[in-house]
Write a new protein. Structure first.
Length: 78
């Protein structure tokens, strides 16, 4: 089972990753990884970011019926 240090090391090596990528790379269940990332965020060790609205393919995210579902959430170290 991967630890918080393994998550930190993976983020340090990759720069930024999506939670689904981290989950697959570390072979962790997504709920466990989400809890680990939330804990790291609370400790000030990691932060989450989202791509800017300008990165939307058609630029109409504000009117999108998907509610910005196309925006990707990334995790990186602080």
């Amino acid at each position: 089972m991967a630890s918080l240090m393994d998550v930190r090391n993976m983020l340090a090596l990759q720069g930024r990753m999506e939670a689904s990528q981290l989950s697959a790379a570390l072979k962790l269940p997504r709920p466990l990884l989400d809890a680990m990332l939330s804990r790291m965020e609370a400790m000030g060790k990691a932060r989450r970011t989202q791509e800017d609205v300008e990165s939307c393919l058609n630029g109409s995210c504000k009117r999108c019926p998907e509610g910005k579902a196309c925006l990707r959430e990334w995790w990186m170290l602080r």
